[in-house]
Design a protein around this ligand. Structure first.
Ligand SMILES: Cc1cc2nc3c(=O)[nH]c(=O)nc-3n(C[C@H](O)[C@H](O)[C@H](O)COP(=O)(O)O)c2cc1C
Length: 200
């Protein structure tokens, strides 16, 4: 009895220590899709629903919310664009890695994305605070179990915006000269994430 009690306490303690115990209810089933099969309106996805840009390794990664970006076709390849200011912690990871991922969520995750766009991974364990679960892709790149769409990109072109190249002044966007760096990534994989039981 004593032994049963002790092992139950240990089990409960171990469960409590799990930062983000994945629950079945949250888990999505991921189906690989061709980038041409991304049927969502990506303008709406990015501008209104936002996304998480994630870069790093399973042990050391960071993520941030973004609403500026694009998905398209360039140099005969499917591509995604995103734009990261140099002061973001995520910038360091995006610079250091060959790849990044874009994760899109349903409306339920709005507060999680708001948090990831408000605080820095330098100060806070955002993933834990936001209640998200990292999904380690086969490549070792990181996305999120709760995502309804994951796009995995390999960087093919990056550059900072420069003031002299602006034809129309993006008034008020860069008062302190912290111009975004543009990342163009070839889409190497995409997955549709669906709640178990809703797949059709
Ligand atoms: C809706 C929304 C969209 C954002 N879009 C961008 C973006 O496209 N590029 C960018 O550099 N920062 C963007 N941000 C700001 C970053 O998400 C925010 O500064 C974040 O805290 C950076 O986290 P990090 O320091 O951990 O990288 C956005 C924030 C929000 C809330």
């Amino acid at each position: 009895m004593k032994c049963f009690f002790r092992s139950s306490v240990l089990l409960l303690a171990a469960m409590a220590c799990q930062p983000n115990p994945p629950s079945d209810e949250k888990m999505n089933v991921f189906t690989p899709i061709d980038s041409r099969a991304i049927s969502d309106n990506v303008v709406h996805l990015m501008a209104d629903e936002w996304m998480l840009i994630t870069a790093g390794t399973p042990d050391h990664f960071n993520t941030m919310t973004a609403s500026w970006g694009a998905v398209g076709h360039l140099w005969n390849r499917p591509v995604a664009f995103c734009f990261i200011r140099p002061q973001r912690y995520t910038f360091e990871f995006a610079e250091a890695q060959d790849c990044f991922t874009l994760s899109f969520f349903d409306e339920t995750y709005r507060p999680a994305l708001a948090l990831c766009g408000r605080v820095s991974g330098r100060d806070v364990d955002k993933v834990k605070e936001a209640g998200l679960t990292p999904r380690i892709l086969e490549s070792g790149n990181v996305a999120f179990e709760e995502a309804r769409l994951i796009i995995e990109c390999r960087k093919i072109y990056t550059d900072f915006f420069t003031p002299e190249q602006f034809i129309d002044d993006p008034s008020g966007i860069y008062p302190s000269g912290d111009f975004h760096k543009m990342y163009i990534g070839e889409i190497i994989h995409a997955w549709k994430g669906e709640k178990q039981g809703t797949k059709h």
